[in-house]
Design a protein around this ligand. Sequence first.
Ligand SMILES: CC(C)(COP(=O)(O)OP(=O)(O)OC[C@H]1O[C@@H](n2cnc3c(N)ncnc32)[C@H](O)[C@@H]1OP(=O)(O)O)[C@@H](O)C(=O)NCCC(=O)NCCS
Length: 166
Amino acid sequence: MERLSTVTFAKPADEGELYDILADTDMGLAGDIGEHIVLREGAAIRAGGRLYQADEALFHLMVFAVAGDERGRGTGRRFLRALTAGPWLHCRGGVEPPGGSYRITTMAKGSATGFYARAGFRPCKAAQLPALFAGQCEGCPDREECGPVPMVYTGSSRELPERGRD
Ligand SMILES: CC(C)(COP(=O)(O)OP(=O)(O)OC[C@H]1O[C@@H](n2cnc3c(N)ncnc32)[C@H](O)[C@@H]1OP(=O)(O)O)[C@@H](O)C(=O)NCCC(=O)NCCS
């Protein structure tokens, strides 16, 4: 049975907890805490990330992580599914793509490509990422160890059930 969880924007008070989840895998907060999204169960944050809307039909997942002791229990899948189903709902000021279809890109850690592939992402060229992020790993001292892979997900809001569009 799936556990009860909610996906919401992070609040200022969440900053320390989300920072710890991201720092555990050498990631950091990507800008203002209020731009991030978190998956909560009760009062606890189980996962967090940040989505960015680059243009009306292109989104970029800047950071994404599940709390260390939560991994391998389906939490990442549930969180990512919520984000891919309606990414505009999880970006501050997000706008639903007028044509219905959209893409979500990310620069996946090499160790996480299998996870993203299970969720429908496919490897792509770095040039398919929003220009702001296409070169994000260049010059990073951890690049070789991390083995980043650009990936893309293609979705359509027209495939959502009616209640999903409310
Ligand atoms: C990668 C991460 C987000 C996965 O979250 P998770 O909650 O552990 O994953 P889930 O339990 O929801 O797994 C969903 C599916 O993906 C698979 N999977 C999970 N991690 C995987 C990995 N690293 N490689 C291959 N498959 C993986 C699971 O086996 C499961 O498969 P199933 O559909 O056959 O059951 C999490 O391990 C994490 O936060 N890692 C550290 C940070 C990180 O790498 N973030 C991604 C940055 S780009």
